[in-house]
Design a protein. Sequence first.
Length: 218
Amino acid sequence: MIGACIFDLDGVVVDTAKYHFIAWKALAKELGFDFTLEDNERLKGVSRTQSLEILLEIGGKQFPEHEKLAMAKKKNTLYVSFIEKMTPDETLPGVEKFLRELRSNGIKTALGSASKNAPMILERIRLTELFDIIVDGNSITEAKPNPEVFLKGAERLGVLPENCVVFEDAIAGVEAARNAKMLCVGIGEPETLGLANLVIPGFEGFTLEQLFVELRTV
Ligand code: BG6
Ligand code: MG
C-alpha cells in the first residue's frame, strides 16, 4: 500500500545543480583553485556546510569557522540570484503531471530536501500547492544519509514509513530512504543508484500504475 510519496527537490523536481556549480566555482576561483563539473557531482544531495568542506578539501585550503560561514553566505547570495529568476518551465519533464496523478488518487505528497532555499524554488516554479507538506534544510538537523528528513515527512503526513516511497537522485538520498525503511525510486542511472528499489531516468511518461507494478515485486 502506498500512502505517500516524498520527493527530493534538486535533481528530481528541478535541475539546480548548474546554478550551484557556477556559484561554487566562483568561490573556488576567488580562493585560487579550479572546481570542475566532476567535483560538482560530489556535492549533490549534500548540505551547504558539507559542500563547502568538500570544496575546501579539493582546493587544499583551511579556514577558521567564521570565515567559512562568510564564504557559504557569499556562495548562497550568488546562488539565490540565479534561482530568483527561475520559471515554471525549469520543472523537470513529467514531474508536475505525476504529482497531480498521485493527488487525484488520494496519495499524499511531501518534499524532503536538504536545501534551505526549497520554499523559494517551489514558489518560483509554482509547485508549492502540489505538496501537502515541505520538510527542508530549515527544519532538519541531520543531513542525508541520515533518515531524519524523510521520517519527519512521514510523521507529519501521518503515514507509516513502510507505506512511503521516496524519489531521489543522490546516493546519500537513496541511503537515507533505505535507512528510513522506505521504498526508493532512484532518478538517474542504475549504475550509480543501485541501492534503490527501482531506477528510472526521469518522470516523463512515468505513471502511478507503473509505480505499483514495479514495486509489487519488491
Ligand atoms: C541539496 C543539493 O538538495 O541541497 C545540494 O543537492 C545542496 O547540492 C543542498 O548543497 C543545500 O542547498 P541550499 O540551497 O540550502 O544551499
Ligand atoms: Mg537531489
